[in-house]
Design a protein around this ligand. Structure first.
Ligand code: UD1
Ligand code: CA
Length: 458
C-alpha cells in the first residue's frame, strides 16, 4: 500500500491581483507552498509527494526543487482537472491525501490526525471539514441524516445552503483507484465552468462507498489564502503562535507584535529580542544574545552573548561575545570572529575576521581574510573591485590599520604591521612594518595675516 500526497499549486491566484503565483507568496519570508511540503515531510506518513504546477510553474519549482515530483496542468480548468493530471504518477494501490497549496497553516498534526481518522474509520473517502462563523467563499458541506452527501461551492449554492457553517477545508483522503475513476465522471457544468474536485463526493457517495467528514476543531488552521488581506491575517496568526512558543521557552520579547520570527528559526534560552526585528530563514540565535531593536537577520548564526542593534545580517555568522551595530551590514557569508566590535556604518561582505577584530565606525571590508587582534580605523576600506573583477585582501594578526586607509586588493598585510592613517596601499606590507603611503604635510606660515586669508588680500 502506498500513500501519496497531491498538492494543488497550478492556479494563478486571480484574487491576489498581483504577478507572483499565489502559492509562492511568503509568510514570515517563507513561501506558503514550502510550509505544506515541509509539514507533509514532518508528518512522516507520506511515501510520495506530487505537486501540480501550471501558471508560472518555474517559480514554484525553484522553491520546492527536488523535494517533490511534479505534475503539469497547462490550462487551469479546475481543482478536479488538476488532480487528474497526476493519474500516471499514482499507480500503486493505497490512498492519497490532497491538499490545496494555499493553506499554509495546516500543520503536521492536522495531516496525521486526518490520516489516523481515515484509517480507523476504514473510509474510502474522508473530507476534512471545519465550522466557520463566516463561511463565505468556502464550499459548504451538505449532509443528510448527519451523513456526508455532497460539497456545494458558494457560487452554486442556494441561499439556504449558504447558511451552512460547516465548510470544506479542501483536504481529502481518498482511495487511489476510486479517486481517478470518480474524476472520470465529473463535468464542468457549474457556475464557474470548472472541473470541481469537490464533485467526487456525490459520485463516490452514489456508489455506496464509505465516506465521512473529519471535523477540524481549530478552524483557523484551514484558512485558505485567496487575497493579500487573508495573507496578512494568516501571517499574523503564525507570528503570534511562533512568538508564544519562544517566549514560553525562555526567549524575552519586547513588544512582540512588532517581532517576526520565521518558523525554521532556532533561538536558545535567555535571548532578548527587541522591537521591529525580523529573524528568518534558517537562522540560529545562541544563548544570552541580545537582538534588536530594528534588526534583520536572515539565514544567519548569532553566537552566545552577542549583541546586535539596528543592523542587517544576511547569510552570515557572528561568533560569541561580539557586538554588531548600530547600523552595520553583514552579508554573503561574512564570518565574524569572537569578541569583535563591528560598529556604526560598517559593511562586511564575504570576509572572515579573527578574534578581537574592531571596525568601530565607517568601514568596508569585502573579500578579505583577517587575523586576530586587528583594528580597522574609521573610514578604512578594502578596495576589492576594479570595475571588472573582485580581488582578495589578506591581513595577518596584530595589525593596526589607521583611519581612512585604502587597501587596494589583491594585497597581503602581514603580522604586526601598522598602516598610517590616510594611506592608499597597492603593495604588500611585510611583518613588523609601518607602511605610509601619502604625501607629507607642508605648513605655509603667515598664510593668514591682518585678519585676512592670503588670497583675499586687497
Ligand atoms: C476550494 C474548494 C472549496 C474549499 C476551498 C478551501 C473546489 C472546487 N473548491 O475553493 O470547496 O472550501 O478550496 O480553501 O475545489 N488549483 C489548481 N488548478 C486549477 C484550480 C486551482 O492547481 O485549475 C489550485 C490552486 O492553485 C489552489 C488550490 O488549487 O492552490 C485551490 O484553488 P482555489 O481556486 O483557491 O479554490 P477555492 O475557490 O478556494
Ligand atoms: Ca483557496
Amino acid at each position: 500500500m502506498k500513500k501519496y500526497a497531491i498538492i494543488l499549486a497550478a492556479g494563478k491566484g486571480t484574487r491576489m491581483k498581483t504577478e507572483l503565483p499565489k502559492c509562492a507568496y511568503p509568510l514570515l519570508k517563507k513561501p506558503m507552498i514550502a510550509y505544506i511540503v515541509e509539514n507533509l515531510y514532518k508528518s512522516t506518513v507520506i511515501d510520495e509527494l506530487i505537486t501540480v504546477v501550471g501558471h508560472k510553474k518555474q517559480v514554484i519549482k525553484d522553491i520546492l526543487n527536488s523535494r517533490v515530483s511534479y505534475a503539469y496542468q497547462e490550462e487551469q480548468l479546475g481543482t478536479g482537472h488538476a488532480v487528474m493530471m497526476c493519474k500516471d504518477q499514482v499507480t500503486e494501490p493505497g490512498y492519497t491525501i490532497i491538499l490545496p497549496g494555499d493553506m499554509p497553516l495546516i500543520d503536521e498534526l492536522v495531516i496525521k490526525e486526518a490520516i489516523v481518522y481515515h484509517e480507523k474509520a476504514k473510509n474510502d473517502l474522508t473530507v476534512v471539514s471545519t465550522n466557520l462563523a463566516d463561511p463565505s467563499g468556502y464550499g459548504r458541506i451538505i449532509k443528510k441524516n448527519n451523513q456526508l452527501e455532497a460539497i456545494i461551492e458558494e457560487k452554486d449554492a442556494t441561499d439556504k445552503q449558504k447558511e451552512i457553517n460547516e465548510v470544506n477545508t479542501g483536504i481529502y483522503i481518498v482511495d487511489n483507484k476510486l479517486l481517478f475513476s470518480s474524476l472520470d465522471k465529473i463535468s464542468n457544468d457549474n457556475a464557474q465552468n470548472e472541473y470541481y474536485l469537490t464533485d467526487i463526493v456525490k459520485i463516490i457517495k452514489k456508489d455506496n462507498y464509505k465516506i465521512s467528514t473529519y471535523l477540524l476543531k481549530k478552524s483557523f488552521k484551514a484558512m485558505g489564502i485567496n487575497d493579500l488581506y487573508a495573507l496578512s491575517q494568516a501571517e499574523s496568526i503564525l507570528r503570534h503562535e511562533i512568538n508564544k512558543k519562544f517566549m514560553r521557552s525562555g526567549v524575552a520579547m519586547i513588544n512582540p507584535d512588532t517581532i517576526t520570527i520565521g518558523d525554521n528559526v532556532l533561538i536558545e534560552e535567555n535571548v532578548t529580542v527587541s522591537p521591529n526585528t525580523y529573524i528568518t530563514g534558517n537562522s540560529v540565535i545562541k544563548k544570552n544574545a541580545k537582538v534588536g531593536p530594528s534588526t534583520e537577520i536572515h539565514n544567519s548564526k548569532i553566537g552566545e552573548n552577542v549583541t546586535v542593534k539596528h543592523s542587517l545580517i544576511y547569510n552570515s555568522e557572528v561568533k560569541a561575545n561580539s557586538t554588531v551595530g548600530p547600523f552595520a551590514h553583514l552579508r554573503d557569508g561574512a564570518v565574524i570572529g569572537e569578541n569583535n566590535r563591528i560598529g556604526n556604518f560598517v559593511e562586511i561582505k564575504k570576509s572572515s575576521t579573527g578574534d578581537f577584530f574592531k571596525a568601530s565606525h565607517l568601514a568596508y571590508v569585502g573579500d578579505a581574510e583577517i587575523g586576530n587582534d586587528v583594528n580597522f580605523g574609521c573610514g578604512s576600506i578594502t578596495v576589492n573591485y576594479d570595475g571588472r573583477n573582485k580581488y582578495k585582501t589578506q591581513i595577518g594578526n596584530d595589525v593596526f590599520v589607521g583611519c581612512n586607509a585604502n587597501l587596494i586588493a589583491p594585497i597581503i598585510i602581514d603580522d604586526n604591521s601598522t598602516i598610517a592613517a590616510g594611506s592608499t596601499l597597492d603593495k604588500n606590507v611585510p611583518k613588523d612594518t609601518l607602511a605610509i603611503a601619502r604625501s607629507y604635510q607642508v605648513n605655509k606660515e603667515n598664510y593668514f595675516k591682518n585678519g585676512k586669508r592670503y588670497k583675499d588680500k586687497k
